[in-house]
Design a protein around this ligand. Structure first.
Ligand code: SF4
Ligand code: SF4
Length: 117
């Protein structure tokens, strides 16, 4: 069985990239991530997490956008690449995600313990 690190790498490579509206973070909010992904993110204090949650924000959202962009969780990468998580600003990759990969990602979400970022 492949490790979680391999699985995350596999999915990351198969989620198509696209260009967002500059500075936009409309799809950011409280998100869930696997413990493997969490281990790659800087820890936030309980106070920072509470403040972000009270504002329905992600604790990694800064004044200039995502502060953990290179390690952002799969769900953040998936947003905008499937009609199920369509970008409200009409941005999308030229080719949307392969539905088979999308289904595998949802299964991974269900089968793997996820916590609030
Ligand atoms: S996917 Fe859409 S809503 Fe999300 S940051 Fe990009 S442009 Fe903004
Ligand atoms: S990790 Fe980054 S991209 Fe994902 S919700 Fe938080 S700020 Fe937005």
């Amino acid at each position: 069985m492949k490790s979680n690190a391999h699985i995350i790498k596999f999915f990351r490579q198969r989620i198509p990239a696209f260009t967002c509206v500059p500075g936009c973070h409309d799809c950011c909010g409280p998100v869930l991530a696997s413990t493997e992904e969490m281990a790659r993110l800087p820890r936030k204090s309980a106070q920072e997490q509470d403040a972000a949650m009270a504002a329905l924000n992600c604790p990694h959202l800064g004044a200039n956008g995502c502060q953990v962009y290179e390690e952002r969780p799969l769900v953040c990468r998936l947003f905008g690449t499937t009609p199920k998580l369509a970008c409200p600003n009409g941005k999308r990759p030229e080719v949307m995600i392969d539905p088979l990969i999308e289904d595998r990602i949802y299964r991974y979400f269900i089968q793997t313990r996820h916590v609030l970022v």
